[in-house]
Write a new protein. Structure first.
Length: 167
């Protein structure tokens, strides 16, 4: 049955697109951090704080595709993870650049809306899962260089507390 998307469905679409972009940025930021520590710094305390922050600032401006290129060039993640991030990047291109032109017409049918919503929800789930995997890679690398998981957790908790204004 064809009909125009209603306001509740439209709100869901916009909310989930926003959520997908938010989780994408977390993946990008974590990937930037992984590139910094595993591909640029390589060893604990090999960069000054100022140098590290400068690299981080530059890396955080890159898109997922650009970060993927750096990751591949540096050969710093396992092929299975690289493949999943590339797949997420393809879906990112659809959400950010092509969803309206490629799938906007789908919003006029129940099955089409379900297709679009399911695709966006799957993107969110995969972004969350990949962010966790990249984070685990960061922790594993830190541990392999002599930091303890506890030290890493304390740093993360302190950062979050600082963001909350509790530090």
């Amino acid at each position: 049955m064809k009909r125009q998307i209603d306001s509740t469905e439209l709100n869901f679409l916009y909310t989930k697109i926003g959520e997908s972009i938010w989780h994408l940025q977390h993946v990008e930021n974590n990937l930037a951090t992984l590139i910094l520590i595993k591909g640029i710094a390589k060893e604990l305390n090999s960069l000054t704080e100022s140098e590290a922050l400068g690299h981080q600032k530059r890396l955080n401006k890159l898109t997922l595709g650009q970060l993927l290129g750096k990751t591949e060039k540096l050969d710093i993640i396992e092929p299975f993870l690289l493949k999943r991030i590339k797949s997420l990047n393809n879906e990112r291109k659809w959400i950010v650049h092509n969803s309206v032109t490629e799938s906007g017409h789908e919003l006029y049918t129940d099955t089409g809306r379900d297709f679009v919503f399911t695709k966006i929800l799957a993107f969110i789930d995969e972004a969350i899962a990949l962010n966790k995997l990249i984070g685990e890679n960061i922790v594993e690398y830190g541990v392999s260089k002599g930091q303890s998981k506890e030290q890493i957790e304390v740093i993360a908790i302190n950062h979050i507390n600082k963001l909350k204004g509790n530090a």
